[in-house]
Design a protein around this ligand. Structure first.
Ligand code: FAD
Length: 500
């Protein structure tokens, strides 16, 4: 039993779920994906129990820049207003800095993407459109001819999602720590065991249990014991207050030959997030010195006062950057989704776009089924796993490939890094296609492959130019190595995403 001080702090309605009811669905976790699954199912008439271990506002440095693809999914789900009234900052594109030179990359035109689908029963009364607030304007968001993303304080966005789910009459919310996914003798999932403050451990039953327990998922292994992420790098994050960002309403990617990538984006009128990549899961011993000596010299001048202040205050936080290709949902009664299922490098800010598109696809795939018919549901979950690849593989592979290039330590990766920046500098299609992939509005993995290898070819061309006539034989040999390096950082991941 938990101690009674816990009980006092938790509102009563979060502790009163009945364990007598057989729910259509139990949703484990109310982060980004959980509330969207629960809301979508509830609007389809399902009886849903959503269990979250802590309903108070989280304070995390993840999920703060949502790509246009994520916003489109929120519209499909009828939940776009979760970005309202949280001082969110509209994002209209990216600014990429390479050794101090800048390229501006606006988001693509809406007309070039497929129309946003309104999911039946989920979209009503204009809930697929933003409303006006202090920072979000209907006119700009709805009438801009280009796609938009948004930066926000993660916890405030989550609280809005949680308010939406709380308003669904078919949803019961429960505060508790899920400690076990329960199985029948036939090894089929039948519900979850939850440790509830003041009530102890109780069993809740459902036809279908959704595991949405995030990056550090305890239950993803229910799919398979080898469903374990790899961690290759980390982000050190800080809040910059009243920072003078070089390009307003843009995400900033700061690259260079002698440092790791740095991301900068505004998350509220006062607060700007800076995430500094460190190319190892094991962080430097003295983070303060590392920030001052290895990051600060490469930042745009306008950021320095707020950066120096943040370093002085010493309030940095670190997160591992994990990679996890998805696995088929093959267990009857179980569906693993969100970061529990699939993770990519956070460099391109694609995690929420993947999770929300998966949530929308999930509702479309199983929302109208009778969950008591577990075999049909399982068949449709297999279909879901197949269908999602088109969209998710693009964001996932792009994130890994770009991180390899942008964090280049190897000589040929550095050539690709330079080539990639010069490719962007050409403008036109050379930025329209890459930014469409990044934005999550062009789900075409084979077109991504073509563009990636065009960048590799262009890098080889740039290398020939730089080597000149005398260096031609060397550049010829290097061309092979550059091509091989490009294939090495791209192809295995594409294969894992599409075939796995
Ligand atoms: C450093 C970093 C930066 C990132 N930045 C971005 C970004 O800018 N843009 C972007 O789109 N994505 C970003 N991401 C990825 C994004 O945060 C995730 O893709 C997204 O949060 C996944 O949503 P989720 O619902 O699967 O998991 P989460 O949002 O992590 O939610 C999981 C929920 O489950 C609850 N939970 C866990 N275990 C239990 C349990 N046993 N019982 C009950 N409840 C439980 C947790 O409390 C939590 O509320 C970033 C990731 C990292 C690591």
């Amino acid at each position: 039993m938990s101690d009674s001080s816990d009980v006092k702090e938790v509102p009563k309605e979060l502790l009163s779920a009945s364990s007598e009811t057989v729910y259509d669905a139990i949703v484990v976790g109310c982060g980004v994906v959980g509330p969207c699954i629960a809301t979508g199912l509830a609007r389809k008439g399902k009886k849903v129990l959503i269990v979250e271990r802590d309903w108070s506002m989280p304070d995390r440095i993840v999920g703060e820049l949502m790509q246009p693809g994520g916003l489109r999914a929120l519209r499909s789900l009828g939940m776009i207003q979760a970005i309202n009234n949280i001082d969110a900052i509209p994002v209209t594109g990216y600014s990429v800095f390479y050794n101090g030179t800048k390229v501006s990359i606006p988001y693509p035109f809406k007309a070039d993407a497929a129309p946003v689908e309104k999911i039946k029963d989920l979209v009503f009364d204009g809930n697929d459109k933003v409303v006006n607030d202090g920072t979000i304007k209907i006119k700009e968001f709805e009438e801009d001819e280009r796609e938009r993303g948004v930066g926000f304080v993660h916890g405030r966005f989550l609280q809005n999602l949680r308010d939406i789910v709380a308003n669904e009459p078919n949803v019961t919310r429960l505060q508790g720590n899920v400690i076990e996914i329960m199985k029948s003798k036939e090894n089929e999932v039948v519900g979850a065991r939850v440790e509830i403050p003041g009530r102890g451990k109780e069993e809740f039953k459902a036809h279908l249990t959704f595991v949405c327990d995030g990056i550090f998922s305890r239950f993803r292994k229910e799919l398979s014991a080898d469903h374990v992420p790899t961690v290759g790098s980390s982000f050190v994050g800080m809040s910059l207050f009243n920072a003078d960002v070089p390009s307003k309403n843009h995400g900033h990617v700061i690259l260079g030959t002698s440092h790791m990538p740095v991301l900068v984006y505004q998350i509220s009128p006062e607060e700007t997030r800076i995430l500094c990549a460190y190319n190892s899961p094991k962080l430097p011993k003295d983070i303060k010195s590392w920030l001052s000596n290895n990051v600060k010299p490469h930042l745009p001048k306008s950021l320095l006062p707020s950066f120096e202040k943040a370093v002085e205050d010493g309030k940095y936080r670190c997160m591992p950057n994990s990679y996890l290709p998805a696995k088929q949902n093959t267990v009857t009664g179980l569906c693993v989704i969100g970061d529990a299922l699939n993770m990519r490098h956070p460099l391109t800010g694609g995690g929420m776009a993947v999770g929300l598109n998966d949530a929308a696809l999930m509702i479309k795939t199983v929302g109208d089924l009778d969950f008591a018919d577990r075999e049909t549901v399982l068949d449709e979950l297999l279909e879901f796993n197949y269908e999602r690849k088109q969209y998710d593989s693009v964001i996932n592979v792009l994130s890994i490939a770009l991180y390899s290039l942008f964090a280049a330590e190897d000589r040929f990766l550095k050539v690709l890094q330079r080539g990639c920046f010069k490719y962007f500098e050409r403008g036109g299609e050379c930025i329209r296609l890459p930014v469409s992939f990044l934005a999550g509005v062009l789900p075409k993995p084979f077109l991504l492959t073509k563009v990636f290898f065009s960048v590799a070819l262009y890098s080889i061309y740039v290398n020939f130019q730089e080597r000149g006539f005398v260096g031609f034989p060397l550049a010829l040999l290097e061309a092979l190595a550059i091509w091989y390096t490009a294939a090495r950082v791209f192809t295995p991941y594409l294969f894992k995403e599409l075939i796995g």
